[in-house]
Write a protein that binds this ligand. Structure first.
Ligand SMILES: Cc1cc2nc3c(=O)[nH]c(=O)nc-3n(C[C@H](O)[C@H](O)[C@H](O)COP(=O)(O)OP(=O)(O)OC[C@H]3O[C@@H](n4cnc5c(N)ncnc54)[C@H](O)[C@@H]3O)c2cc1C
Length: 452
């Protein structure tokens, strides 16, 4: 049977654009549908605008620290509207780049909501198209729990477009998005409280990293409320919000921001017209090659709920394009050793196993740790400390995990990720000559393991 397209991709986000471009590059006839914004979450309401706001928030510290180096500045003023307008301009530029990338690679772009009407058929703007393969790359959407007053709360989607910087913010959640936004609001001058129902934020990260960040954020005056949960939100006559906690305490704020998880974006997607199945958590179930229960339909990225990060969606998109149209170049995505950063202030960078994960997996571990005040701070009053940690397998000498809390941790960990992926041992680290004077050299100069 002749189809209109070899591949029809639903969603022009990180994964969808990558799959579409490469498939077209391999000679396939490809279409992409996008209902909201080119570039998807990452470009519009995720990684990119978030990082720009983090840069914005960091200036507060830079101004303060510059005084130790002889600079004197007048009173610093911050204007939220300028930051948001400039951020919006940059995102528009990126939307244009994504449009050009798709069009120039020969992909047909359809702007509108796409719905599956069968295993090989998609409907968009009243038009129907057939395709041999359909790729669902529709991403995720923030979830706010069903509590009374939830309509007064915002998610990351709205935070990027607030008209003004709230004076008091309650950030709810313990994942990386909550921690990052707490840092943004706090750095820009809002009185910020982070409310998390668990014992300690950043579940899954190394215990020392979580504790270190906790200490650093507390030192900076961020109010961290763990084992706390909001049960209702009430709007006050003066327009402010009152959040009532489970234990009866009441917190007042001008903005309540939820970052308590993301659901797969499946709204009106027409899955009922296909045999696509969902897993227990409600994400699209796929096999190792991203094929759903419907043989012609594949899915990648946040909508399959594996590792919800842009570089992972990109790798999955690439794997799908290769498998379908360039099988001789196909390589499965390696989900081990995925490096990640949390752009909290200070940053976290991490790759490989945490100490807890390594022990749980049965490794006999040696731990190397270093805590220090960065050289840049020695001329300032800032007491921030950096943490670096290596988790090493005592039997094989292999480095199982590298963890850091401190300036540019994300930048530093990227290089270490290559070393770990290549199977570096502690001896390789020891025999690597440091770059002096840097903080990063500490990773190759830690000699004495902690006593267990
Ligand atoms: C606040 C925030 C910060 C983040 N920071 C980072 C970070 O620092 N680093 C990192 O690696 N990751 C980060 N992420 C995660 C990252 O953004 C996602 O993992 C990534 O965007 C997933 O890509 P995707 O292709 O699966 O989906 P998306 O990028 O979400 O793209 C899905 C696209 O599909 C479209 N769509 C949905 N349904 C339809 C339909 N029926 N028809 C047509 N189009 C449709 C959507 O409009 C969207 O454009 C962040 C996420 C958030 C929310």
């Amino acid at each position: 049977m002749a189809y209109d397209f070899d591949l029809f991709v639903i969603g022009a986000g990180s994964g969808g654009v990558r799959a579409a471009r490469f498939a077209a590059g391999f000679g396939a006839k490809v279409a992409v549908a996008e209902s909201r914004y080119l570039g998807g979450t990452c470009v519009n309401v995720g990684c990119v605008p978030k990082k720009l706001l983090v840069y914005g928030a960091h200036f507060a510290e830079d101004f303060e620290q510059s005084q130790g180096f002889g600079w004197s500045l007048g009173e610093a003023q911050f204007d939220w509207a300028t930051l948001i307008a400039n951020k919006d301009r940059e995102i528009q530029r990126l939307n244009g780049i994504y449009r050009n990338l798709l069009v120039n690679s020969g992909v047909s772009l359809y702007e509108g909501h796409a719905k599956l009407v069968g295993p090989h058929e998609v409907e968009i703007n009243g038009q129907r198209f057939s395709a041999e393969h359909i790729l669902i790359a529709t991403g995720g959407w923030p979830q706010i729990p069903e509590i009374p007053g939830r309509e007064h709360a915002i998610s990351s989607n709205e935070a990027f477009y607030l008209k003004s910087l709230p004076k008091r913010v309650l950030v709810v959640g313990g994942g990386y998005i909550a921690v990052e936004f707490a840092g943004i609001f706090h750095g820009l001058g809002a009185q910020t409280t982070l409310v998390y129902r668990g014992e300690m934020f950043l579940r899954g990260f190394d215990g020392a990293v979580r504790k270190h960040l906790h200490e650093e954020l507390s030192k900076r005056g961020m109010d961290l409320q763990f084992n706390a949960d909001i049960v209702r939100i009430d709007k006050q006559p003066d327009g402010s919000l009152k959040a009532t906690l489970k234990d009866g305490r009441e917190l007042l704020a001008d903005c309540v921001f939820y970052a308590t998880g993301r659901r797969p974006m499946l709204d009106n997607l027409g899955l009922e017209n296909t045999a696509v199945k969902l897993d227990k958590r409600g994400f699209i179930e796929v096999d190792e090659q991203y094929q759903s229960n419907e043989p012609s339909i594949l899915a990648i990225g946040d909508v399959i709920g594996r590792v919800q990060l842009t570089p992972v969606a990109l790798a999955e998109g690439m794997a799908v394009a290769r498998r379908l149209f360039k099988p001789e170049q196909y390589r499965p995505v390696d989900y081990q050793m995925i490096p990640t950063a949390v752009f909290s202030l200070p940053n976290i960078g991490t790759v490989g196993l945490s100490e807890e994960q390594a022990r749980e997996a049965g490794h006999k571990v040696q731990i190397f740790e270093s805590r220090f005040r960065a050289m840049k701070l020695t001329l300032t009053d800032c007491q921030e400390r950096t943490l670096m940690k290596l988790v090493v397998d005592a039997d094989t000498d292999k480095v199982l995990g590298c963890h850091m809390v401190g300036p540019e941790a994300g930048e530093i960990i990227q290089g270490l990720a290559i070393a770990l992926k290549a199977g570096a041992t502690k001896r390789d680290f020891d025999e690597t000559i440091g770059v002096h004077p840097t903080a990063a050299e500490e990773f190759v100069t830690m000699r004495t393991p902690l006593v267990n």
